[in-house]
Design a protein around this ligand. Structure first.
Ligand SMILES: [Zn+2]
Ligand SMILES: [Zn+2]
Length: 368
């Protein structure tokens, strides 16, 4: 019913007649139409004053009956009231579903979210009464459930707008300064030129030197001054640019710092696996391996000799530095600290003896 009402209004060719009091623009050129977002039935401002000044009243358009208040009326921005309504709905939904791109893990999530919001807007704008009620209910529930997030995002949005405005202002100011500097420079150059010319004339009049020599000297002076000015000009522009760049970069960095980048997952819990008792070489001289290095049957499959070296060296050294007697003594001294009897490495023994010390070591060794 509501939809039909709107389209009937839109299709109405006599847009200049108030549907309530039937006065038209021909008789009353100052006639102004107002709408209320409750039902989007338009009527003239005189009717609004007459009907709604004494308080809320039902819409006078036949079969509407929505209760309207005077302060809800405003001038329609769009001639097509269907568009006016859709824009209002979008504003209302956008104020609630105001999540931001950087809140989503992936682009797909963000796009799915946008699609969902778009679906909701479509349901409210184009749906029948039932669909619209469901969509409105969804909107209301989301608003209640995400009050904090919505407020936070509104605040962030306002702040960003403010930052953007400030940046634009600074840019405009910088451009103005540059223009002024160029103007000033041109004036200086002109004045300089005049001065030089005057001095040349003076010299020609007073000194007894060849005119060509004086002219050549004057030319040289002008050239020198111009190049000096160019050099001067280049420096401030460069520093200015980098300073501005620096300002922008800092702002960008700040933004990136906010979500605190997640550290890559470390399956060893910070344990340093760099061999402590030997340094792994890239190459070992070995007769037995000499052939394998050049043998395409080994190398074509992607087999790496480095892997072999690492494993062999690890196995050769793995038993060193483990003193079982000491471990047994330690275990007997502090039986409560030893959790599992299978602790075998020096680091593990250390951990068993003093847990805090080991943790400190781990922090030092943590390369991530
Ligand atoms: Zn009227
Ligand atoms: Zn109405």
């Amino acid at each position: 019913m509501f939809r039909n009402g709107v389209s009937k209004l839109v299709d109405n060719p006599s847009d200049d007649i108030c549907p309530v009091c039937k006065s038209n623009r021909y008789l009353n050129p100052s006639l102004q139409f107002l709408i209320n977002p409750e039902c989007y039935h338009k009527m003239c401002s005189t009717c609004v004053d007459r009907i709604f000044t004494s308080g809320p009243a039902p819409c006078p358009v036949p079969h509407c009956g929505k209760t309207l208040r005077k302060r809800g009326f405003h001038k329609a921005f769009f001639a097509d009231l269907a568009i006016e309504r859709e824009v209002d709905v979008r504003k209302r939904v956008g104020a609630v579903f105001n999540r931001r791109h950087d809140e989503f893990e992936t682009l797909l999530d963000w796009n799915n979210y946008l699609e969902e919001v778009e679906g909701l807007v479509f349901d409210i704008v184009e749906g029948d009464v039932k669909t619209r009620t469901i969509a409105e209910e969804k909107l209301r529930m989301y608003k209640e459930a995400n009050k904090g997030v919505i407020e936070e995002n509104t605040r962030v949005g306002l702040e960003e707008g403010e930052l953007e405005r400030r940046r634009e202002k600074a840019e405009r100011e910088a451009a103005r300064q540059r223009r002024l500097a160029v103007l000033r420079e041109e004036e200086e150059e002109k004045a300089d030129m005049l001065k030089t010319r005057q001095s040349v004339l003076d010299r020609l009049a007073n000194e007894d030197v060849d005119a060509n020599t004086i002219a050549a000297q004057a030319q040289k002076i002008i050239l020198k001054k111009t190049s000096a000015r160019r050099a001067l000009k280049d420096i401030p522009i460069q520093s200015n640019g980098s300073a501005m760049d620096a300002g922008l970069t800092i702002r960008g960095l700040k933004k990136k710092e906010a979500p605190a980048p997640e550290k890559p997952y470390d399956p060893f819990g910070g344990l340093d696996l760099t061999p402590a008792r030997y340094v792994l070489q890239d190459h070992y001289e070995n007769e037995w391996l000499g052939g394998a290095k050049k043998d395409t049957r080994h190398m074509a499959g992607g087999y790496s000799l480095q892997e072999y070296y690492a494993r062999t060296m690890f196995e050769a050294f793995s038993g060193l530095g483990v003193f079982i007697e000491d471990e047994v003594t330690d275990r007997n001294q502090q039986p409560q600290a030893v959790v599992a009897p299978a602790v075998e490495t020096a680091a593990a023994v250390q951990a068993a003896v003093s847990k805090t010390k080991f943790e400190r070591n781990m922090e030092l060794d943590d390369v991530f």
